[in-house]
Design a binder for this molecule. Structure first.
Ligand code: FES
Length: 142
C-alpha cells in the first residue's frame, strides 16, 4: 500500500494512521466502530469516543499502523519554555523560567523559578537583590 500517513485529532490526542503498516487486522473497527469505520470518510471519527478509550484502542493495534501522541506534550516539545526577563521599576531584574545559572567561580546550577538580580549595585548578596534598593533610594528616574 502507498506510504500514506494521516493524522486525526480531537484537540487532546492525535491518532496517526500509517497505511503501509496496516495488515487489516480489523481489531480497531471491530472493537471501537464509533471511532474507526473504514466505510466513512474520514475513516477515523475522533468525536466517537473519549480520549482514554481511543488511546486504549490505538494501543491494541498489532502493527503500530495506529499510534498516537498527546497534543499538549507535543506542543511542549516544540515550544520549550520561554525564559522571561522583567525589569521592575526602581528595583531588580526578575528572571523567570528555566535557566542554567553560572556564578563567577564556575559553579552552575539549573533553576526553574524566579531569580531577582540587583540593578542598584548596593546588594550585599550580589548578583542577587536583597531588598537594599529600597534603603538606598534607587530610582529609575535619577
Ligand atoms: S536592586 Fe534590590 S538590592 Fe539592588
Amino acid at each position: 500500500m502507498a506510504d500514506i500517513k494521516r493524522e486525526y485529532t480531537n484537540g487532546e490526542v492525535t491518532v496517526i494512521w500509517q497505511a503501509a503498516k496496516c495488515i487489516h487486522a480489523a481489531s480497531c473497527f471491530r472493537e471501537l466502530p464509533e471511532v474507526f469505520d473504514p466505510s466513512q470518510r474520514p475513516w477515523i471519527n475522533m468525536d466517537g469516543a473519549d480520549t482514554d478509550r481511543i488511546i486504549k484502542q490505538v494501543k491494541r493495534c498489532p502493527t503500530d499502523a495506529l499510534t498516537y501522541y498527546m497534543n499538549k506534550e507535543k506542543e511542549q516539545e516544540n515550544n520549550p519554555q520561554i525564559t522571561e526577563v522583567e525589569v521592575l521599576k526602581d528595583g531588580p531584574v526578575l528572571v523567570k523560567g528555566k535557566l542554567n545559572y553560572k556564578d563567577n567561580k564556575g559553579n552552575s546550577k539549573e533553576i526553574d523559578g524566579v531569580m531577582a538580580l540587583c540593578r542598584c549595585g548596593a546588594s550585599k548578596t550580589k548578583p542577587f537583590c536583597d531588598g537594599t534598593h529600597h534603603h538606598v533610594g534607587f530610582s529609575d528616574d535619577k
